[in-house]
Design a binder for this molecule. Structure first.
Ligand SMILES: CN(C)c1ccc(C(=O)NC[C@H]2N[C@H](CO)[C@@H](O)[C@@H]2O)cc1
Length: 470
């Protein structure tokens, strides 16, 4: 007898691949985004890093179990320049209307670790399954504070497959109150927006913080798909964007689609959000990618490989279409793949990781791998040893480039195209493979053989830089 959960998800998977293909085939899809987050010098940022870290979901203080030495090791091993740093509403506003500044101090301390190494930080207001208070043990959900959790006595039964807890009556009710589907707690969304305002007020002037990821994997409870994304979700994003812009005019606002479906290749019905800032809008799109067959435990091999390839193709078209919509006729907004990851012991794991990074490179997306936690999905094991993922993620990429148009990355080469460039390009080249890089199309300004950071000035404003390992 087939596992009912697998049957349900199998049907969803088939719909996802077909639905994604049909929906995307019905419109002109842009090939790539040429919009990027920018550093204070105006250079395009290509974000390569991790979500750090899942351990923040269950830690009593809401902070990841992660030290500055851990960051130094990551920087030395993989040359990352970005972090999707997990924060949570429960830690920001532990009591209704009370902001915990000591928590924000602790977050700021960690942001300083990244800043000292030239990283760019995206703060991720991270929820999963609503919040700890969905069960008496507090071991399941993360994100929302207990005072905002209203189950109305409905049951929440823990499940072996954690995603199924989203279908528990109490969890659905908690979300229905938050999205005001019940009409009984209109205050909750305003608290959420004001909690973000407090975070933005704290980090508005921190040059390392470049983006706010407004909500991790939004879930509509009773409302799903178009009814959720085009309604309450877009409305919450607009409220939160407006609250943030009261205190922070420059940090990018990263929007996620609902996870249920989009992660697997279904299109989004998210609506556009107005950015009240003076100047060009700073809205970005931060989707996640988790092909359903791999979520159900398959590797990137056999019949799963064909489904995953179809999912990634549909997902890419959906990402570009949504980024274009969010750009409101001015071209696609910047895209950062906020989460993808897998058990790297699964069959075909390295080829899947390569597929995702190649897709991101081809279409101009940044990437934050899920996640920085130790274990079979992460770069290090529990004893501090480097795992296979470290070498898979230690890859050439452009870190910050004036006039960036596109790039292509190979094991021993990096090609970067610029247009109207006035400044230099800061690139990462794995030091163990690029002992003495060979550069054409530009002049070397500096090369740090220890960190693998190469700074090149293009010979002309419109140029293609080519770097090989020599
Ligand atoms: C049914 N719903 C709403 C659902 C299903 C599946 C996921 C998921 O796999 N998410 C992928 C990863 N993202 C979180 C952290 O953001 C991780 O815990 C998941 O593995 C999310 C939601």
């Amino acid at each position: 007898m087939a596992n009912p959960g697998r049957v349900v998800f199998g049907l969803l998977l088939t719909a996802a691949v077909i639905g994604g293909g049909v929906a995307a085939a019905m419109r002109e899809t842009p090939e790539a985004t040429e919009a990027f987050l920018a550093d204070d010098a105006g250079r395009a940022i290509v974000a390569h890093g991790f979500s750090t870290a899942g351990s923040a979901k269950s830690s009593p203080d809401g902070l990841p179990v992660f030290t500055e030495d851990d960051l130094q090791r990551e920087y030395s091993d993989m040359g990352t320049n970005f972090v999707r740093f997990l924060i949570s509403w429960r830690a920001v506003e532990p009591e209704e209307g009370v902001i915990d500044q000591s928590y924000l101090d602790a977050v700021a301390e960690r942001v300083a670790w990244y800043s000292a190494r030239g990283y760019h930080v995206m703060l991720d207001m991270h929820q999963d399954l609503w919040g700890q208070a969905i069960t008496p043990s507090g071991e399941n959900g993360n994100g929302a504070p207990a005072w905002a959790t209203h189950l109305d006595g409905l049951p929440v039964t823990p499940q072996d497959q954690w995603e199924l807890i989203y279908l528990e009556p109490g969890v659905i009710r908690a979300f229905d109150h938050f999205w005001n589907t019940t009409g009984e707690h209109p205050e909750l969304r305003e608290h959420y927006a004001q909690a973000w305002r407090a975070v933005a007020e704290r980090f508005a002037d921190d040059p390392a913080v470049v983006a706010y990821d407004l909500m991790n994997e939004p879930y509509g409870g009773t409302l799903q798909g178009v009814a959720f994304e085009s309604g309450p979700l877009t409305d919450l994003y607009q409220r939160t964007a407006d609250a943030i812009r009261e205190v922070d005019d420059d940090t990018w606002l990263c929007l996620e689609p609902q996870a249920f479906g989009f992660n697997w290749g279904l299109p989004s019905a998210l609506g556009a959000v107005d950015d009240a800032r003076d100047g060009d809008a700073r809205v970005a799109f931060c989707p996640h990618l988790y092909p359903l067959s791999m979520d159900l435990g398959d590797g990137y091999d056999g019949s799963s490989r064909m489904l995953v390839d179809g999912t990634v193709a549909a997902w890419t078209r959906n990402v570009l279409n949504t980024a274009d919509m969010l750009g409101k006729g001015e071209g696609p907004v910047p895209v950062i793949l906020g989460e993808f990851g897998l058990d790297t012991t699964a069959p075909g794991a390295q080829e899947y990781v390569e597929l995702v990074y190649r897709t991101a490179d081809e279409h101009g997306f940044g990437v934050a791998y899920w996640s920085r936690d130790d274990g079979d999905w992460g770069p290090y094991d529990g004893a501090g040893g480097a795992r296979n993922l470290v070498s898979w993620l230690d890859r050439p990429y452009p870190r910050a480039v004036d006039g960036l148009v596109s790039w292509r990355s190979g094991a021993d080469e990096l090609q970067v195209t610029v247009r109207g460039a006035e400044g230099a390009a800061e690139l990462y080249l794995p030091p163990d493979r690029f002992a003495d890089p060979v550069v054409t199309g530009g002049t070397v300004q500096s090369w740090d053989a220890a960190t693998g950071i190469l700074v090149v000035r293009p010979v002309t404003a419109d140029a293609t830089l080519r770097i090989t390992s020599g």
